[in-house]
Design a protein around this ligand. Structure first.
Ligand SMILES: [Zn+2]
Length: 277
């Protein structure tokens, strides 16, 4: 009898714990490759960041066709490996464009992003916070030390007498605060810079998604210093391996973090993988 009662109370305890977890809901983070992520919030919202879903490292060639609801697309800067298929996805899903003002302007004027989905409600600039009510979240734009000219396949390559580079606002990173979920820092493309020390003054970052590939951004050693300054609970490396020139590896990043005594923070994801946070 006692055993039965014990078993019953254990079962009830398990049900209670799993019920609580379901009530709070997990935040799902899916990595397509390069800097492209899909984030599903506990309230059912869907946010894409830098949606290059056709990135060669993405094992799923039907990712765009399989997209259901998308509430917002966040772009960190204008380079083609970050704009990706944003316009195509916006037309298919009605997603609103979150971007620095100059980039948002030219995404509409030059690339044809639907203007009703790219208004002042979701355009911003560094230091400002934008509400994302459809997804139960808000997002703050922070610095990124990079460039932001708009470069996509339908803009001609540089040539004498050819078209000028197209302005794309300031490059940014994003601090995404999810109601009932984690605070996520997507660095965009950047070097490590001193003002990253400001981030933990304002936010407790649960998950940092950081570029490590080198050549165009910080490499694993420099990115490990960024992690030390930002103080996240977990860090996932990105923006490496897509091309041979992005030569930084997760193993090098782990070794660099280990040297600082924070190697335990790293979680490695593979393109095409989804994890709950
Ligand atoms: Zn990039």
């Amino acid at each position: 009898m006692l055993k039965k009662l014990l078993g019953l109370s254990l079962l009830l305890g398990t049900l209670l714990v799993s019920g609580l977890a379901a009530a709070q809901g997990a935040t799902k983070v899916h990595w397509y490759g390069q800097a492209a992520f899909k984030i599903e919030t506990p309230s059912g919202g869907v946010i894409l960041i830098d949606p290059w879903l056709k990135v060669p490292s993405n094992p799923n060639k039907n990712s765009i066709a399989e997209l259901g609801r998308v509430d917002y697309i966040l772009l960190t800067h204008g380079h083609r490996d970050h704009i990706g298929e944003a316009v195509e996805i916006a037309k298919k899903t009605g997603a609103e464009l979150v971007a620095p003002y100059g980039l948002q302007f030219n995404m509409v004027s030059v690339l044809g992003y639907p203007e009703k989905q790219a208004t002042g409600a979701t355009g911003g600039n560094i230091g400002g916070t934008i509400k994302l009510p459809k997804s139960g979240a808000k997002v703050t734009l922070v610095n990124a030390a990079h460039g932001s000219d708009i470069t996509t396949p339908n803009i001609p390559a540089p040539a004498p007498g050819g078209q000028s580079a197209i302005h794309g606002g300031n490059p940014v990173g994003y601090i995404l605060q999810i109601d009932g979920g984690p605070t996520i820092y997507h660095t965009g493309d950047t070097d490590v810079y001193q003002d990253m020390k400001l981030i933990p003054e304002f936010y407790k970052v649960d998950l940092m998604l950081t570029c490590i590939g080198g050549h165009f951004t910080m490499d694993p050693a420099r990115a490990s210093l960024a992690v030390e300054w930002v103080k996240p609970k977990q860090v996932v490396p990105m923006h490496f391996g897509t091309y041979p020139i992005l030569a930084g590896t997760a193993a090098q990043f782990k070794a660099a973090l280990d040297k600082r005594g924070i190697g335990n923070l790293m979680t490695e994801m593979k393109p095409g993988e989804t994890r709950n946070f």
